[in-house]
Design a protein around this ligand. Structure first.
Ligand code: FRU
Length: 454
């Protein structure tokens, strides 16, 4: 196969962050950071796919590509919103500070970032001439006016607009950075508001002495069950694993009156597998908060048609509050798609393995090992991670329960992706693996297996 069946992957070439995730006029639309010409990161475009169920995706080609002076070097991450039946896309427009004449697809120095948007009438036609800049950067447009926002943020690193509506007002959160008194870069968040989702005014800034990060990428802020949840992928933070940057969540309070954000500085990992980055949430067709994240891959794969591709999204997960804790269980459509029971594990089909594990349980899934020991779940991909062990192979949850208690595991395997949901999303460990085989055993646990509908 060399391509997952029920996970979102690019048809060809490079993919990173999910963008513009929205349920719009009866369909899910999911866009993605895309370099259409190679299996490495370069001048960013937005690829586009649609789905009726979040599992089977139809390729819709490229939605955004560089076409204006202010986005000449890329359309970075952003979000989508339905306004009066139209689809509004918000993204970060990039101009490179310096062009490398030998490779114009990556910047030779810094970036110049503005926030821009495009209104699509139907979510299928994206007329690039309709783009407009909504939060300009100072060197690009000189308005002659004092813009208070310019005393905040950074002209190059200010990006990833996430937009939502509350009451009659539209809100935009942006990730950025500023130097502290020692000159060290520290993450900050900018808030803008708008009455029509087109004209935006700077509203507030969030800075924290306690959250130690260089920059907040892909911020997302929403409410679930009355709880304000903040998600970000801060880079430069000190954290476990060898991949340096991860996606985190925390809770807090947010005033829609003045965009005053207060956060619990104890950020928690969304996924403990360390490949997961830059997630984005939306509400599904029933209004449930749903998240997908990017699984970084060190090497491209080639599918049966000869298409090389790299980068995958996790299964959609719900964001739920359970006994005061934020949990990330698989979306109900995922559970539904794996209902046909089978007695045999096959690495060639999408599979779900459902397990009630006792202390000391050992599960071996196609070369991927899972161990339950003293209330901790540990995964080990060292036998199925080729030449990339330096990225990290062994990951574990913190201590979840007493050793004597059972732990429920749902293990989803889909070609190169293994997602382990612990106690229905109390913890999740997702891993990219290369060359899973048909070997399977399960010791010290009761196990059932299901095949996914492809
Ligand atoms: C996160 C990120 C975003 C940016 C995009 C560029 O992975 O760095 O902050 O918009 O990727 O591709």
């Amino acid at each position: 196969m060399a391509r997952p069946t029920l996970h979102f992957t690019p048809t060809q070439n490079w993919m990173n962050d999910p963008n513009g995730f929205i349920f719009y006029r009866g369909k899910y639309h999911l866009f993605y950071q895309h370099f259409p010409y190679d299996t490495k990161w370069g001048t960013m475009h937005w690829g586009h796919k649609t789905s009726g169920d979040l599992l089977h995706w139809e390729d819709r080609g490229i939605a955004l590509y560089p076409s204006k002076r202010y986005d000449a070097n890329g359309c970075f991450s952003g979000s989508a919103l339905e306004v009066d039946g139209k689809m509004y896309l918000y993204y970060t427009a990039i101009v490179y500070d310096k062009i490398n004449p030998e490779d114009i697809t990556v910047s030779a120095a810094g970036l110049l970032a503005s926030q821009a948007m495009l209104v699509s009438e139907d979510g299928y036609v994206f007329d690039q001439s309709q783009k407009r800049m909504v939060v300009p950067q100072f060197p690009v447009i000189a308005t002659g006016e004092e813009n208070p926002a310019f005393s905040y943020g950074d002209s190059g690193n200010v990006r990833d607009p996430k937009v939502w509506k509350h009451g009659n007002t539209y809100y935009m959160i942006l990730g950025s950075q500023h130097p502290d008194s020692t000159g060290t870069m520290r993450g900050e968040l900018l808030f803008y508001t708008s009455g029509d989702a087109i004209h935006w005014t700077f509203a507030n800034v969030y800075r924290s002495d306690e959250i130690r990060t260089e920059m907040f990428e892909c911020p997302d802020l929403f409410e679930v069950d009355g709880q304000t949840v903040f998600i970000t992928s801060p880079f430069g933070e000190e954290c476990p694993g060898n991949y340096k940057d991860h996606a985190w969540y925390t809770t807090g309070t947010f005033s829609h009156e003045n965009c005053d954000l207060r956060l619990d500085p104890n950020l928690k990992l969304i996924d403990w597998g360390m490949d997961f980055y830059a997630p984005q949430t939306t509400t599904d067709e029933e209004g449930r908060r749903t998240i997908v994240g990017w699984l970084r891959m060190p090497e491209a794969l080639c599918d049966d048609s000869g298409n090389k591709w790299i980068g995958a999204f996790t299964f959609p997960r719900l964001v739920e509050v359970r006994e005061g804790r934020i949990c990330f269980p698989p979306h109900p459509n995922v559970k539904k798609a794996f209902s046909r029971e089978t007695g045999r594990f096959s690495a060639n089909k999408p599979m779900r393995i459902s397990i009630l594990a006792q202390n000391g349980a050992r599960i071996h899934v196609g070369g991927f090992d899972i161990a339950v020991e003293n209330g901790i779940v540990q995964t080990d991909r060292s036998k199925v991670f080729g030449d990339f062990p330096s990225i990290g192979t062994v990951f574990q949850t913190p201590r979840i329960c007493e050793a004597s208690e059972e732990i429920a595991l749902e293990i989803y395997v889909d070609d190169c992706i293994v997602e382990v949901y612990v106690n229905d999303g109390e913890y999740v460990i997702s891993n990219i693996c290369y060359g899973l085989n048909n070997e399977f055993y399960c010791i010290g646990a009761h196990c059932k297996m299901y095949v996914g509908e492809s």
